[in-house]
Design a protein around this ligand. Structure first.
Ligand SMILES: Cc1cc2nc3c(=O)[nH]c(=O)nc-3n(C[C@H](O)[C@H](O)[C@H](O)COP(=O)(O)OP(=O)(O)OC[C@H]3O[C@@H](n4cnc5c(N)ncnc54)[C@H](O)[C@@H]3O)c2cc1C
Length: 442
């Protein structure tokens, strides 16, 4: 029983070795082809190798190839650098993106209606209502900020106390405009308090302006504006220069320091730089007519001379937001406030005498004159210190009068003012020997 399997193993081995010795013999001849070896499931450990003779295929007929393989024995050439054509794959994408950008730019160019000006005389510019304050039941303050920022690229010199200017506000439903006088203020709302601050040159860059508006019983536009909530737009056009304050030699090289929220921070006037004593001003204001002189006094380059403000109003409450500012201006010896409240009305007795000055002659004669070295003013640390030193000094009579208020008020003081132009001077100023060249009706 044990013999039989041994014999089978031997026979298999012998058979396998015979095939292997054949393989070695064939392998010595290089021209022989080694056939593919595919192991069979039941196959021997070594595959069977078919013997191929050298004479095999000699009797086959020669048939030339259509495209013969050419063998070259030249030196091998440097491999040619194949251009990288990958970008070609992306070309349509580039073209599409480029085309779309160009189209977007062109469309934007033609339909972009974002204004680049802060204000314009030719078109209305949108401003956003950023704050509101009810002063009393007839008066309110409204703070406006430009809706767009493009104007910031240009130098905005809008606040200049040498010019009294206004803006028009459009009421688009009834297509009318009304003029209002912007103030360089901002409204601050704290948790418990609302207060008004003067803007200085740093925050002019935000472009804010504040309007002080009276609502009349039948008034269309002032009421419509007052109903608009914070966040809505108003459209403004301007600036309309209502009056250019006469320039003197002092304006050539010198600018009065700007008013600050804290009077202790106001810089003193450099009196030694003045070529002549500045002319004084009488400003007659009724109600919201106070706005033009506030605009000048609170702007950069405020009015130079001493200003007496004759301020008529129905109640003390309507001027509340400005009380503090007017008080500080008095402390700085820049103004004197003469109040007429309710039945205490302005009368001819209050009209100041006229100090006649010919601005043109004054300007031309003195333009190149150097400051008078014989008069040396002391140098003060602050404007308040300077004010204390000069407060008691008598002020010259004014050389200029400006009147701003309702038609009847203007007529009483300076005569009727037509819609366009100034009209003849009459009224109390004429009676007090003022002349037309030194009175302006707003
Ligand atoms: C250069 C300039 C600057 C101005 N600045 C300001 C400003 O800063 N703040 C401000 O509130 N207003 C200012 N005004 C006046 C303003 O333009 C409007 O006339 C005012 O707001 C009334 O417009 P309304 O549409 O509300 O009333 P409207 O519909 O024009 O008038 C309705 C009625 O209100 C009465 N009324 C209108 N205006 C006056 C008036 N001035 N006095 C007395 N009664 C009047 C009249 O009885 C009138 O019949 C300024 C005007 C000018 C020309």
């Amino acid at each position: 029983m044990n013999e039989a399997p041994k014999t089978m193993i031997k026979a298999n081995l012998r058979h396998s070795f015979r095939n292997f010795s054949n393989f070695n013999r064939l392998n010595q001849n290089k021209s022989l082809v080694i056939p593919e070896v595919k192991p069979k499931a039941t196959a021997n450990t070594f595959p069977e190798i078919k013997e191929i003779r050298l004479t095999d295929g000699l009797n086959e007929q020669y048939s030339p190839k259509h495209k013969p393989d050419r063998i070259s024995y030249e030196f091998p050439q440097e491999p040619k650098h194949k251009p990288n054509l990958r970008w070609r794959k992306y070309f349509p994408i580039f073209a599409l993106v480029g085309g779309a950008s160009w189209a977007a730019y062109t469309i934007n160019y033609f339909i972009d209606d974002i204004p680049s000006e802060y204000l314009s005389l030719d078109k209305f510019i949108p401003f956003v209502i950023t704050n509101k304050l009810d002063v009393d039941q007839d008066h309110y303050l409204i703070e406006l900020t430009p809706k767009y920022n493009k104007w910031k690229k240009s130098d905005n010199q809008i606040w200049n106390g040498n010019k009294l200017w206004s803006v028009e506000i459009k009421q688009p439903q009834i297509m009318v405009v009304r003029k209002y006088t912007p103030l360089p203020l901002e409204i601050h709302k704290d948790q418990n308090e609302i207060f008004i601050r003067v803007q200085n040159e740093d925050n002019y860059r935000e472009g804010k302006l504040v309007l002080y508006i009276k609502k009349y019983q039948q008034g269309e536009v002032a009421r419509w504006i007052s109903r608009k909530p914070i966040g809505e737009d108003l459209e403004l056009r301007g600036p309309f220069i209502e009056y250019q304050i006469p320039q003197t030699v002092n304006n050539k090289d010198y600018e009065r320091p700007i008013f600050e929220n804290l009077p202790s921070e106001v810089r003193p006037d450099d009196l030694n730089k003045l070529k002549i004593t500045p002319d004084n001003l009488a400003f007659f204001a009724a109600g919201t007519g106070i706005t033009p002189i506030l605009q000048s006094l609170l702007s950069k380059n405020p009015y130079f001379g001493f200003t007496t403000i004759y301020y008529s109003r129905r109640t003390t409450s309507e001027s509340k937001p400005f009380d503090r500012l007017l008080y500080f201006l008095e402390k700085l010896d820049r103004i004197k406030l003469v109040n007429f409240i309710g039945d205490d009305k302005l009368s001819i007795e209050a009209i100041p005498d006229f100090n006649p000055i010919d601005y043109k002659v004054k300007t031309e004669k003195l333009y190149d004159q150097k400051p008078d070295d014989s008069i040396k003013y002391p140098v003060f640390k602050t404007a308040l210190e300077q004010a204390v030193a000069f407060r008691e000094k008598a002020k010259d009579s004014p050389s200029l009068s400006i009147v701003c208020g309702p038609d009847a008020y203007i007529s009483q003081i300076a005569g009727y003012k037509p819609y366009n132009g100034q009209g003849k001077l009459s009224g109390w100023l004429k009676a007090n020997e003022w002349d037309e060249n030194h009175v302006h009706k707003l």
